[in-house]
Design a protein around this ligand. Sequence first.
Ligand SMILES: Nc1nc2c(ncn2[C@@H]2O[C@H](COP(=O)(O)OP(=O)(O)O)[C@@H](O)[C@H]2O)c(=O)[nH]1
Ligand SMILES: [Mg+2]
Length: 220
Amino acid sequence: MSEGIDIKKNILEYNDKIAEENKKLFEEKGIFVINLISAPGSGKTTLLEKTVEKLGKDYKLSFLIGDVDTERDAERLKKHNADAYQIITGGTCHLEADMIRKALSHINEKPDFLFIENVGNLVCPASFYLGEHLRVVLVSIPEGEDKPSKYPKAFKTSQVFLITKTDLKEYFGFNIEAIKSDALSLNPRLKIIEISSKNNEGISEWIDFLIQKRKEFLGI
Ligand SMILES: Nc1nc2c(ncn2[C@@H]2O[C@H](COP(=O)(O)OP(=O)(O)O)[C@@H](O)[C@H]2O)c(=O)[nH]1
Ligand SMILES: [Mg+2]
């Protein structure tokens, strides 16, 4: 049992070391990095497609997309002429910092924003820092409002919480105030945005927020 705990500790320590190296590299190059975490199907790729459409007009964007299998999500982004590369984990339920480091040679060298779509999972990705500047957790309306309390680490380690698919609110009787209050009780500093990629609710706020955070990162 204690040997198992030691191995896990070693894996996380090794990951954190590489993540710090990634972060240093991102800072040297002025790349603002966003790591998106959610259950499968919460709308990560759809939101990134929207982000290409809006933010891609004025900024250079790159995307690293994690999935257990298939290149489908990277292909979806490439249809919008985005600079996207798929990381296939082959079974691992999260991205690790050295996967990001290795994948960097497959995308543009110096984008303004690098978006990382993590493997769909609310548990494992929360434990693996990748060197990102902004961690974003998403929960979609059909998933139910109890997710922050059940998966607290994802909310405690994120700076942004996106409540997605708000166009479906009325069909699911979803209590937005309850999920916000649960999330804020875990992490009072969370920035919360209600988003729909279908009717564009919150998309401008999301884009403006990203631009502002990148400015703060660059000190401009
Ligand atoms: N109604 C609604 N459906 C959405 C929205 N965003 C994504 N979807 C749908 O949800 C499904 C999963 O979306 P996807 O972006 O692939 O989720 P991911 O697995 O988190 O990348 C797809 O069928 C999308 O069309 C939204 O804002 N509203
Ligand atoms: Mg996806």
